[in-house]
Design a protein around this ligand. Sequence first.
Ligand SMILES: [Zn+2]
Ligand SMILES: [Zn+2]
Length: 340
Amino acid sequence: MAKMRAVQVVRSNGPFELVEREVPEPGPGSVRVKVQACGICHSDSFTKEGTWPGIQYPRVAGHEIAGVIDAIGPNVAGWERGTRVGVGWHGGHCGYCTSCRRGDFVTCQVAPQVPGISYDGGYADYVLVPATALARIPAELSPVEAGPLMCAGITTFAALRGSGARPGDLVAVLGLGGLGHLGVQFAARMGLATVAIARGKDKEPLAKELGAQRYIDSAAQDPAAELTKLGGAKIILATATSGKAMSSVLGGLGVDGKLIVLGAAPEPLEVSALLLIGGRRSVAGWPSGTSLDSENTMSFSALTGVRPMTEVFPLERASEAYDRMMSGKARFRVVLTTGQ
Ligand SMILES: [Zn+2]
Ligand SMILES: [Zn+2]
């Protein structure tokens, strides 16, 4: 049997371990993807720290996968070997629950699947995924560019696209990390009046370079007051993983404004009832998107020049790469490559 490398989390809160495994064969409805790159997402900490219920260990993390279809299982139509594909957070669904029957696969209530959580993910040379989770990668994007678009990218792109914001509307992006630096680029290229909010004056030039018209330094200014001066935000895309930071910008929402929560903050948000009532403001979340949303995210990126900024590590240094992501210091997405 052919062998491959995989980096598995041994147990909840256990270390990463580089192991050799047999290259797996795809079952019905599945394909095998030869992994070229896999982004490291903050949500990989669910697998590393065991904070997602029901994970079976050892487990290989990773849901920002970019590669090539390498083998096709029985009962798979419409895909061919050699096609460049990405796989993101949405890694499969039941197909028969109320959400799925409505075509809303992301909110599948019976068997929502996530690579790296429900089954082994992309910190490996090969991964098996349901064909329903595949997104075609356009020729303009390299594997290292495509990987982060499969979670950080699609989440910000689809949330903005579905937000109701129209060209010229004031949209703020809170946080300039893995998600935020893509959110700013998408918002600007969608024709939205884009404001970036982050801590420290030093991030302003980068925010402007990514396309933000304005920058608010939350360490020196009150973001809510600054947004109010600008007329109030139609949308605030909250990518920071801090409930406190999200709560502090709510006052900057305009009439009918909406805070969209993307960052999985461990602590709750605090929100004034009167603020919500008075201006019909709202707080909502947005969960990634389907494989077609991923494909749309990549097409839009190819068309408009949106690209993730990345720090690349070889697969065998996954543990170090993960620590780099968790440190919050990465500029801006850490990506593993297999050399394939
Ligand atoms: Zn993710
Ligand atoms: Zn379902």
